[in-house]
Design a protein around this ligand. Structure first.
Ligand SMILES: [Zn+2]
Length: 404
């Protein structure tokens, strides 16, 4: 079984977009209602049973069960019988709103994310349809619940043997999009390890370093775009909530946000393809990003989205027939790639790896990437050839990033 997600632009007519606008709004209200229900339940249990809360009293009986996905779905089905707004919207789609809320709570319990928040006006942006009818795609049209056939801008063809299983309709600043989950009932084998091996180290200074000595700089335009975004957000926050100017300012913010997202995605894909050009095997560190981001590196690591990049890299490798694997990340920057000597922790400011044992010297991130590559090769059963001779250190340090 193979799943792909393809995104297409939708050309909704006025009536269709009105329907989906209304459904977004009703989804938002369902989210807020269900969240309020859960919040009240928690608050009613936050003070001691034999004491009174100073602020307010909650009158939820002590034996009332905690609202769950199942109980809220049941309540939703009941409410649909009497509420025309609710019954006008697609029932499975509304259930998905409750499922998303459940996921947000699970994220809070298990991954330490924040308490789910209420959604302000226009903050609900997507509708998820978990099932589509039989043959939902004909040429460049897709049949969506509630609005029937809709034209898509078929920017790339839907691959043969794939069937659209579910659809997520998203309203972005630049218009409506549909993300189709395509499924094929085939078993695609992962490519076997072969060819040149490349290790990569996701860095603090540059975006990444490769075992061949290249350093890919973090694109500068992101800094500029982020600054622009902050400025626009600041401006928007001074406008009167709900006013025309406020709406215009919000529109500007979301357009720029979309642009940043697309630019980053583009950079990630190009970089992934560039790496695939260099060899038949790519190895990266299996970083637990959550722990890493919370630790001492938090300021440096969060922004470039390493986790996203690795999943894109894995996907591109699979498409290109390149072997991809993650290796143990422990102390990759504390080992000498040339003689395997443990060199000890480096300070963040220490940019050069220098081995006191064998005298090998190179950039610290490149050295880490070399260790990653050696670990990867060892894991796939290749003998590890120690580097060093014939490899001029100075050439490693002066190689420049490619133009991406
Ligand atoms: Zn050494």
């Amino acid at each position: 079984m193979l799943n792909l997600t393809y995104t297409y632009r939708l050309k909704l007519n006025q009536q269709q977009s009105q329907t989906y606008e209304a459904w977004l709004e009703i989804s938002r209200r369902v989210w807020n209602f269900a969240l309020a229900q859960r919040k009240d339940w928690y608050n009613s249990r936050s003070c001691r049973i034999d004491a009174c809360s100073i602020k307010s009293e909650y009158i939820i009986p002590a034996d009332a069960p905690r609202p769950t996905f199942a109980s809220q779905c049941k309540a939703l089905t009941q409410a649909r019988k009497t509420n025309p707004d609710l019954s006008a919207a697609h029932s499975q789609m509304l259930q998905q709103v409750l499922r998303r809320l459940e996921k947000a709570f699970i994220g809070m319990w298990e991954s330490g994310r924040g308490f789910p928040r209420f959604k302000k006006l226009f903050r609900m942006r997507s509708l998820l349809f978990p099932q589509l009818g039989v043959n939902p795609i004909e040429g460049s049209r897709v049949k969506l619940p509630g609005v029937g056939w809709v034209k898509m801008q078929l920017s790339r063809p839907i691959p043969d043997a794939f069937v659209a299983k579910q659809a997520q309709v998203v309203k972005k600043a630049s218009g409506w999009y549909v993300m189709l989950t395509l499924q094929a009932d085939v078993n695609v084998p992962r490519s076997a390890p072969h060819g040149q091996a490349v290790g990569i180290d996701l860095g603090l200074k540059s975006f990444l370093a490769t075992s061949t000595g290249e350093q890919i700089a973090r694109p500068l335009f992101f800094v500029d775009l982020q600054r622009q975004l902050r400025l626009l957000q600041q401006r928007a926050s001074h406008k009167k909530l709900g006013s025309n100017n406020w709406r215009k300012a919000q529109q500007k913010v979301s357009r720029l946000y979309e642009h940043i997202h697309n630019t980053r995605l583009d950079f990630h894909f190009k970089l992934a393809h560039y790496l695939c050009d260099q060899g038949g095997m790519i190895f990266a560190e299996d970083l637990n990003f959550k722990v890493w981001a919370k630790g001492m590196f938090s300021k440096h690591t969060f922004s470039p989205g390493f986790g996203k990049f690795l999943s894109i890299l894995e996907w591109v490798c699979w498409k290109r027939g390149v072997y991809f694997a993650l290796v143990n990340p422990d102390s990759t920057s504390q080992t000498c790639p040339n003689c395997n000597h443990y060199t000890g922790k480096k300070e963040l400011s220490q940019r050069v790896h220098h081995c006191s044992e064998c005298g090998f010297e190179t950039d610290r991130d490149v050295a880490a990437a070399m260790v990653v590559m050696q670990r990867g090769l060892a894991a796939v059963g290749h003998t590890v050839k120690m580097l060093g001779e014939g490899l001029s250190n100075s050439s490693l340090l002066t190689q420049e990033s490619p133009v991406l």
